[in-house]
Design a protein around this ligand. Sequence first.
Ligand code: ATP
Ligand code: MG
Ligand code: MG
Length: 327
Amino acid sequence: ISGLSHSFDVIAKLGQGGFGCVYKVKHKYDGKIYAVKRVILTRKADSEVKALAHLDHANIVHYITCWPASDNWMSNQERNQVSNTPGSSSDVVTFERASSGERDDDDDDDTSEMESLGMKGYVHRTYLFIQMEFCEGGTLTGWIQARNDMEKHRTTVEIHKIFYEIITGVEYIHANKLIHRDLKPDNILFGADGKVKIGDFGLVAAQTDQNGDPIERSNKGTTTYMSPEQKNKKNYDEKTDIFPLGLVWFEMIWDISTGSEREKVSNLRNQRFPEGFSDWYRTECTFIKKMLSYSPEHRPHAKDIKENLLKFFSLGQRAPRSISDKY
Ligand code: ATP
Ligand code: MG
Ligand code: MG
């Protein structure tokens, strides 16, 4: 892989989206394992890497360095293939707009700084490689999957510990005047020590503009977890990150892997929980309902959730109550 192989041996491909790609690599000289994400160098990539570089917290993926590589050529055909892939990054769309001279009022519009030159149907792209710590504990998606498949046990203590770390990371992001905008189990990782590491700052945004006014937003991100206001392209603030966390907390507690997924998630989004949930998990249910409030102002701040977790669950100090009793 050009731009990577000079210093790294690629061990595996960890994930691929639109034009983004994450590799598990081993450094040829220091011998350590890292994750390297390759993204197209756009304004979006610029925000992603700047956020990651400035955030320094035990529950945020640790950033090492970044470098550009500009010797990649992509034919129009390849480009179209990628743009037709469901769930592919919006970069392609933006690029198409760029070439037709059209612009939208999107705050994430990449066109201004996107380097592109048409050459017999080929476009030139600059990539940015972002080197970070390798999170060997996998994603929260994997964690949930293993519990739903009953490969592993889950306890309320473990859930509270993990959720506490997630909320601590999010509190830190918000204290740094940023909004993550793409919180979901796929983007929540575990480090070697099992500690939560929030990753994928591909959609990160500032909370306000230079004048301190809320920024007009567009709906980027995964719609399953997205807050109603983000989905409806309304203006939103950091409370947009609280909504998906309500869904994440629920999913950590309750198996919704069978039956009609779509229906279940839409029920959850409307604060309708499966039978038994509110009885078994009265306190959690109260919190999750608040986090899933339709109006952002009714949702608690990350800081409040964190404080309440400490207050109500006296984390780690109580004997584990096995959740698997419900089976
Ligand atoms: P985009 O920013 O374009 O949305 P993406 O969603 O494909 O890109 P990431 O979420 O950053 O990119 O990474 C994709 C996947 O790669 C993750 O869901 C995770 O499985 C894996 N991954 C990412 N970073 C790491 C890391 N530091 N350690 C281990 N695995 C990682
Ligand atoms: Mg991701
Ligand atoms: Mg992403």
